[in-house]
Design a protein around this ligand. Structure first.
Ligand code: NAP
Length: 224
């Protein structure tokens, strides 16, 4: 696969972790930020972590999207709609992967509670705001950003992928397989994202209860 992956919010915890793991697997990464300089600094930080010829560039969000065939959106829920409106014209030819969790913490509430989203989920809100031609998938809600960012951590997590475009979903499943320790699972239509997003609140609660940072999920009984 030769596609470039843009990570919007790639300067933040989840986005940087995903960018790092994919760059480690040899993928070409474009880190997007509202601030080009901040994106370039994150790209430099990523290269220093890998100590090899990683293909990583830092760009302003829209510029990052234009060059990418897959765009991962990893921003806080309160920023999701605004960022999507700003990149809308640049994702017409890409697959959009939304990782947003509508945690109440983003509006000052508890991290163990989920906000109600009129569309049903943050991913369905993304579907509403993205161009009709852009396939929208939901993924990466249940993986620890902290684990992704620490290359000494052996990942051990299923990634539930929701979406209504089977070809786009297949592309993302293959990209997830490139990251050792992550198993992609086709979790059905985009509307299932409502359930998957809410599972993050449960994982945060488990992290607090067991005083850990890396809880994740494994689904048993599947023939994959
Ligand atoms: N952290 C996790 O373990 C984890 C796991 C699964 C899912 N998620 C979800 O993934 C998304 C990103 O999480 P995160 O922990 O990576 O978030 P974060 O570090 O707080 O923010 C990620 C990036 O979002 C960008 N951003 C755009 N608009 C923003 C605004 N108004 N306020 C703050 N940042 C803004 C910032 O990039 P620029 O300033 O460079 O534009 C920031 O670096 C969230 O929806 C979260 O619920 C997180």
């Amino acid at each position: 696969m030769s596609e470039k992956i843009a990570v919007i919010g790639g300067t933040g915890d989840l986005g940087f972790g995903l960018a790092l793991r994919w760059a480690w697997a040899g993928k070409q990464i474009l880190i997007g930020s509202r601030d080009e300089k901040k994106a370039q600094e994150a790209a430099q930080r990523l290269k220093e972590k890998l100590e090899s010829g990683a293909s990583v560039a830092g760009l302003e969000n829209r510029e990052a999207c234009v060059e990418a065939s897959v765009v991962v959106l990893a921003v806080p829920f309160t920023a999701q709609a605004g960022i999507l409106k700003s990149i809308k014209d640049s994702v017409k030819h890409a697959i959009l992967v939304d990782a947003t969790v509508p945690l109440a913490a983003t509006v000052g509430g508890r991290a163990t509670r989920i906000l109600g989203v009129p569309q049903g989920s943050a991913a369905q809100q993304a579907r509403e705001l993205a161009p009709a031609s852009t396939p929208v998938l939901a993924a990466f809600h249940n993986v620890s950003a902290e684990a992704l960012q620490d290359l000494s951590v052996v990942l051990d997590c299923d990634i539930l992928v929701c979406g209504d475009d089977s070809q786009a979903k297949q592309t993302l499943l293959e990209l997830i397989k490139l990251i050792p320790g992550l198993r992609p699972i086709d979790a059905g239509p985009l509307e299932m994202a409502r359930v998957v997003e809410s599972m993050t609140a449960l994982l945060i609660s488990l992290n607090q209860r067991y005083r850990v940072h890396h809880s994740g999920i494994r689904i048993t009984g599947l023939p994959i």
